[in-house]
Design a protein around this ligand. Structure first.
Ligand code: XIL
Length: 353
């Protein structure tokens, strides 16, 4: 480290926790040298944005396709990044065939779905045994009102699907950390339900190391007091707290939008895409202030937080240009479209120095 102290995110924040980013396929295929440079300089861990999800790894019954994900894991090794696995069981981006009974085109039975989950987790976690620091075992199983999501897993197996997933993942790689991950984690009902889930899993002797708060945030959501309460509440359940998919949306949201269910889709209208030619100064200032408000919370809770992970590297690659409305220009990350750090990066580094 230079005499002036920490100069990069990983030198500063890395003293307390992991600092990572989601990496897309073009980046992990090695096609984006700017991404390589930013990752090497500022980050010490990475998550695959899509290629470790079940629909990619298990495109058809009996077929596992590790080609893209293997490249991602090799890429992480080359660039000194710990690998985080995302994700094993999720209602979105799951292969359709999991839920149907092949040529009979009937829904899968309870036994068949259970077997498929177990086989998937054994195969995938086993394939990467010793190479993945921790897995998002179950993603988004709880609704904002605290009830279980009525996903095909829940509808067939009840809440037992979560135990099955955690048990199988632990058996397949006893050294990997295991996490529950979800969005809108600052709501009270969801917070309490996630705490119940963690305590139940622990009471049954199952391993769970951490809770991931996705944190797809906006300029005026979530309520930061509630957000902090959730950090404290999860930590009080005896697990690590992780900020897993951090970004800040600066664009106006369409009516009815909320949370981060990727199935949301609204029509593009000009009023929802106001900053095509750049962010006006006042908005940029508001965005900087929001970054600092969040990082002040992360710094304050640094003893509880084991990882801060951005959902992407640079603004141009963010999924928020395409969701929940396709074709917008958003500014949700810490590096601009040229992969240059925004001025706020230095402020964050100073905060942690
Ligand atoms: C998103 C990816 O960023 C997109 O490229 C993809 O089209 C949809 O999924 N919660 C999650 C992530 O857990 O896996 C999602 O990633 C964003 C919301």
């Amino acid at each position: 480290m230079s005499p002036a102290g920490a100069q990069t995110l990983k030198e500063a924040i890395g003293k307390y926790c992991l600092i990572g980013a989601a990496v897309n396929q073009w980046q992990s295929d090695g096609q984006v040298p700017e991404a390589d440079a930013v990752l090497e300089k500022h980050f010490n861990c990475a998550v695959a944005e899509n290629c470790m999800k079940p629909e990619t790894l298990a495109p058809a019954e009996g077929i596992f396709d590790f080609r893209v994900a293997d490249k991602f894991v090799n890429y992480c090794r080359q660039h000194n990044l710990k690998v985080l696995g995302h994700c094993l069981v999720w209602h979105s981006q799951a292969p359709d065939w999991w839920f149907t009974n092949g040529y009979a085109a009937a829904p899968a039975s309870k036994e068949v779905l259970k077997e498929r989950i177990i086989k998937h987790i054994k195969t995938v976690v086993g394939h990467y045994k010793g190479q993945v620091h921790g897995w998002d075992v179950v993603n988004e199983a709880i609704m904002d009102d605290g009830s279980f999501r009525k996903s095909p897993y829940y509808n067939l197996l009840g809440e037992e699907f979560i135990e099955i997933a955690f048990r199988t993942a632990h058996e397949a790689d006893p050294d990997a950390e295991l996490y529950y991950n979800d969005y809108s984690m600052s709501g009270q009902a969801k917070r309490e339900a996630v705490c119940r889930l963690v305590r139940n899993l622990k009471a049954k002797g199952l391993r769970i190391d951490g809770v991931g708060m996705q944190s797809h945030n906006g300029l005026d959501y979530p309520n930061l007091e509630e957000y902090e309460k959730s950090i404290d509440a999860f930590a009080a359940c005896g697990v690590k707290v992780m900020i897993t998919e951090l970004d800040i949306n600066v664009l106006p949201n369409p009516e009815g939008f909320g949370g981060a269910d990727i199935a949301q889709n609204f029509e593009l209208q000009q009023k929802y895409n106001p900053y095509v030619n750049g962010l006006p100064k006042d908005k940029a200032r508001e965005l900087d202030e929001r970054w600092m408000a969040l990082f002040n919370i992360y710094y304050k809770h640094r003893a509880q937080i084991s990882r801060i992970n951005l959902w992407g590297i640079s603004d141009g690659g963010s999924w928020l240009n395409g969701w929940p409305i396709k074709g917008r220009t958003n500014y949700p990350l810490l590096f601009d479209r040229q992969y240059q750090p925004k001025p706020v990066v230095n402020e964050i580094i100073k905060l942690y120095k």
